[in-house]
Design a protein around this ligand. Structure first.
Ligand SMILES: Nc1nc2c(ncn2[C@@H]2O[C@H](COP(=O)(O)OP(=O)(O)OP(=O)(O)O)[C@@H](O)[C@H]2O)c(=O)[nH]1
Ligand SMILES: [Mg+2]
Length: 414
């Protein structure tokens, strides 16, 4: 296992079963990208069509012989499966191919581990990794009795070691969960404070590599790493953005999605993903230049539903328009064609964001006593003062007021 986790350039043979549920070629194309990102050059692929996975080895035992041959002939070091394998499947395949086996989940986990920079990101990844490892621990060179695990009884030196390893991992998982709870409390407080201040948040979400960070950088000069690689961004970055109507919103760049995103990761990244479910508006960035554009949109939609963000209003940005010969036709205001690289369509996108968020505002006619003049400053932070008249009774004003401060202004409504 150490050999795999080192991320040394190990040549990989890719293996998959075509079970008919999705486009296997496309999935393997993406797996190749993931392999390259993780530093494992893919050298060959093997696909077996079958009705259902073999319970012991996922693909058939016969075809595993071919895989083993491919490993020889291509001088490969590892096999990477385009599925999540059960612990025993991994062991059986390793034995049949005589080399380490990675599944899609571990591959993505490894990439996430390479990308994590913040404390929270690192803890989330480690938590997912430990949870992945726990059922996969093996006593060294020891035949395990079937009901031997988890009982705490000492049946032999190997098992004792295994039990203590498991206890160690469980303790580590508990500690990581505790650390995450603390961080998540702080994140919650930050969100509540923003809400109280009336700061609307816009979460940039979308499939990995669609240009989310490029857009954030273009709009705010945030200087976030934006690169042609999968999962360049793991940790959310937030920046203020001034909209054409004069209001400021908080724009948050988030971790990208991928088809069959491992549940382990969704669970571990719950706090990060809450940035999306908790936002006032979601900006869904799609890459129209990708042949997989529609499939990627479907994945994004389904993950948004999974994380409880389905009810948040969405604007879809059809990005990378500079790469297609014909700018896609957009049907309504909730869909805008842009290029985060050239800036094409971005003003229109900002208009659409402002318009969508203005649903959070209401027009109020006010008469403010002079000692409450400061409230107009608060109105301006999130809304707009349309007129101001200094009368003997006080300041008469018409304003677009954000809903978070309606209650402060309603006593002065006329
Ligand atoms: N031609 C073109 N390339 C773009 C555009 N937007 C982004 N890119 C490129 O697409 C690649 C991915 O961009 P990122 O901004 O890193 O994408 P992301 O969605 O943040 O990706 P992850 O963080 O990995 O999920 C980079 O090479 C960008 O330069 C665009 O509008 N046109
Ligand atoms: Mg990014």
């Amino acid at each position: 296992m150490e050999q795999i986790l080192d991320n040394r350039p190990l040549r990989a043979v890719l293996a998959a079963a075509d079970l008919g549920g999705y486009d296997i070629e496309r999935s393997l194309g993406e797996l190749e990208e993931l392999c390259r990102t993780a530093g494992h050059p893919p050298v060959a692929r093997i696909i077996q069509r079958r009705q259902s996975p073999d319970p012991a080895t996922f693909i058939g035992k016969g075809i595993l012989v071919d895989v083993a041959r491919l490993i020889e002939s291509e001088e490969a070091d590892i096999v990477i499966f385009d599925h999540e394998l059960s612990p025993s499947q991994t062991r059986n395949i390793e034995a049949a191919c005589n080399c380490p086996v990675l599944d899609r989940t571990l591959l993505i986990l490894n990439i996430f581990a390479m990308r994590a920079t913040s404390a929270e990101g690192s803890i989330q990844v480690e938590l997912a990794r430990q949870r992945y490892m726990l059922p996969r621990l093996m006593g060294k060179g020891v035949q395990l009795s079937r009901q031997g695990s988890g009982t705490g009884t000492h049946r032999g030196p190997g098992e004792t070691k295994l039990e203590s390893d498991r206890r160690h991992i469980r303790r580590r998982i508990a500690a990581l969960e505790e650390e995450l709870r603390e961080l998540s409390k702080r994140r919650d407080l930050r969100r509540k404070r923003r809400k109280k201040e009336g700061m609307a948040t816009v979460a940039i979400v979308g499939y990995t590599n669609t240009g989310k960070s490029t857009l954030l950088n273009h709009l705010t000069g945030a200087g976030v790493l934006a690169e042609d690689m999968l999962f360049a961004t793991l940790d959310p970055t937030a920046r203020g953005l001034l909209l054409p109507d004069g209001s400021t919103v908080l724009l948050i760049d988030t971790v990208g999605f991928i088809s069959r995103l491992p549940t382990l990761l969704i669970e571990a990244f719950k706090a990060t993903l809450e940035d999306a479910s908790d936002a006032d508006l979601i900006l869904n960035i799609c890459d129209v230049s990708s042949p997989d554009f529609e499939a990627q949109m479907a994945v994004t939609e389904s993950i948004l539903t999974d994380i409880g963000a389905a009810t948040v209003p969405i604007i879809t940005a059809l990005n990378k328009c500079d790469l297609v010969s014909e700018v896609p036709h957009t049907i309504n205001n909730n869909c805008v064609a842009i290029s985060a690289k050239t800036g094409f369509g971005v003003p229109k996108l900002l208009e659409a964001i402002a318009q969508q968020l203005s649903g959070n505002h209401c027009k109020m006619k006010l008469l403010l006593p002079y000692d409450k003049a400061g409230l107009l400053g608060q109105v301006r932070e999130q809304g707009r003062v349309l007129s101001e008249d200094y009368t003997p009774e006080g300041i008469q004003s018409e304003a677009l007021v954000h809903r978070s401060i309606w209650h402060l202004l309603s006593p002065f409504q006329i």
